[in-house]
Design a protein around this ligand. Structure first.
Ligand SMILES: *Cc1c(COP(=O)(O)O)cnc(C)c1O
Length: 488
């Protein structure tokens, strides 16, 4: 299937055309404009497009048709868990009883919302094996920062002020070292073995009394389960550090094993990945943070608690690691995640992991002759190819990603993780059918064949999108974000 895009037309303005009509002056002798001080009055007409309401509706509807989302087609973006977002989540999150609730509503009138918050935190505790959760952070990276603030506060409150280093594996998501830096911690990198897991021998000499803790992602960004966790947990705890679990992608282990049981002290979860909320393009998200028993008081303020008579209230703890957000997190996302967990139910939550793993392994095994698989064996929810198997074609990962757009697919994650030069990271998720996976596999094989037989068509892709290959550096450094810039 080749997707056919119309040309993008932005210039719709016709002088004098309007999309509004204002009532005649109703208060005699008063004019908004005349009431303004001279120095605030504009000297020239604003440069706005002059269009009718219908023009505007068509313009934005056509733009939205050019957008690609998980509701349009397969979206195998590794590390992002682009699964189906059930519509019932939207219906319940959009209920006026929740959307109409003002954040400053007194707690006695917000008991239902507080109950949702409390129950979701309790569900996450059960799912992860940790003692208590805050839902306040707005995203995964924000959760990491919150978790590291807790880690720091733990050492500070014990008077252990030397612990300023945090160990981060070389396979980690970029947000891990970034969050550590924002938290004022020094980053020490630990290497991965050829199997893609944290190298325990490389870790050992890094452990001393200046280490605040280690951040681990499991399954890691290569989609590999970290098998040495018991040993790493023992070593890091023995040296006085804490273990942080980046649980942004919990899909593979959901209902199978729990970070709390593995010895982790702190973790974050991305509700907008594993627990099904439409995400991408900068939001919305929610990044709950959980802690093991004994660290609950360090969770950020405000905290939602339940009293003995069953009423919910908002508490603040002097020893907490502070405030990380206004109010109580991204409530719309919290509602969606809570709905998702309740509609799946205990039994079906346990099916998410195995099905996500099955889908990922099916795609990986089907494509490993055409694409180079640097780490063999069973993967978890995602896996990484290092470009094409045939290295003689000159076709790069970027070319492959662009060519997939011509066939109507969102590109996988590319050039991440940084461990390989031509990373293509694919995460199909559990909600795709075998037919969808088979079609994707066929297209990936076709692109690999084109790379050999007609490399130029791949190198010059995309051919069917509204704009062709962009200058990515300029696009990132000098993005044109307004209509006026587009004109210029
Ligand atoms: C997505 C992701 C994050 C960051 O989450 P955001 O909500 O985008 O801030 C952190 N770690 C891993 C492993 C991720 O996949």
């Amino acid at each position: 299937m080749i997707r056919n895009y119309d040309k993008l037309i932005f210039e719709l303005s016709k002088e004098g055309r309007v999309g509004y009509s204002l009532p005649k002056k109703q208060v005699e002798g008063y004019c908004m404009c005349c009431g303004l001080p001279e120095n605030l009055k504009r000297e020239s007409k604003p440069e706005l497009p002059e269009v009718t309401e219908f023009d505007v509706v068509r313009h934005y509807t056509n733009l939205s048709n050019k957008n690609f989302g998980v509701d349009t087609g397969f979206y195998p973006l590794g590390s992002c868990t682009m699964k189906y977002n059930p519509r019932i989540n939207e219906e319940i999150a959009a209920h006026h009883a929740f959307t109409g609730l003002h954040p400053e509503t007194p707690v006695e009138y917000a008991q239902g919302a507080l109950e949702v918050y409390y129950n979701l935190a309790a569900s996450l505790s059960e799912i992860s094996g940790l003692s208590a959760f805050t839902l306040n952070p707005y995203a995964g990276a924000h959760g990491e920062l919150t978790g590291l603030m807790i880690m720091r506060q733990y050492h500070i409150q014990r008077g252990d002020l030397k612990r300023t280093k945090v160990i981060v594996p070389d396979s980690a998501h970029g947000t891990n070292p970034a969050s550590a830096a924002v938290c004022g911690l020094q980053i020490v990198e630990v290497k991965s073995t050829a199997k893609g897991t944290v190298d325990v021998e490389d870790l050992k000499p890094l452990l001393d009394d200046t280490v605040a803790g280690i951040m681990m992602t499991n399954p890691n960004t290569l989609g590999i389960f970290e098998t040495e966790i018991p040993e790493i947990s023992r070593l890091v705890h023995e040296c006085g550090g804490l273990l942080y679990y980046d649980g942004a992608n919990l899909n593979a282990v959901l209902g199978k094993c729990r970070p709390g049981d593995m010895g982790f002290d702190i973790m974050h979860i991305n509700l907008h990945k594993t627990f099904s909320t439409p995400h991408g393009g900068g939001g919305p998200g929610d990044g709950p943070v959980g802690v093991r028993e004994g660290l609950e008081h360090l969770l950020p303020n405000p905290q939602v608690k339940k009293s003995d008579d069953g009423k919910f209230y908002i508490a603040t703890d002097e020893k907490s690691s502070g405030y990380v957000s206004n109010f109580l997190g991204n409530f719309g996302v919290i509602m969606r995640a809570y709905t998702y967990i309740l509609t799946l139910g205990r039994e079906n939550v346990k099916m998410v992991g195995p099905l996500a793993v099955l889908n990922a392994n099916y795609v990986k095994e089907s494509l490993k002759n055409e694409y180079y698989l640097p780490i063999e064996g069973v993967c978890k929810h995602e896996f990484v190819f290092d470009g094409l198997a045939d290295k003689s074609t000159g076709v790069t990962t970027l070319d492959i990603a662009k060519r997939l757009l011509d066939y109507g697919y969102h590109a996988p994650t590319i050039y991440f993780p940084l461990l390989f030069h031509q990373s293509i990271m694919i995460e199909p998720t559990e909600t795709e059918s075998k037919e969808t996976l088979d079609e994707f596999i066929a297209v990936m094989k076709k692109v690999a064949k084109e790379a050999i037989e007609n490399p130029d068509v791949v190198k010059s892709a995309p051919h069917t999108t509204p704009v062709r290959r962009l200058d990515e550096t300029t696009a990132a450094r000098f993005p044109k974000t307004t209509y006026k810039q587009m004109k210029g």
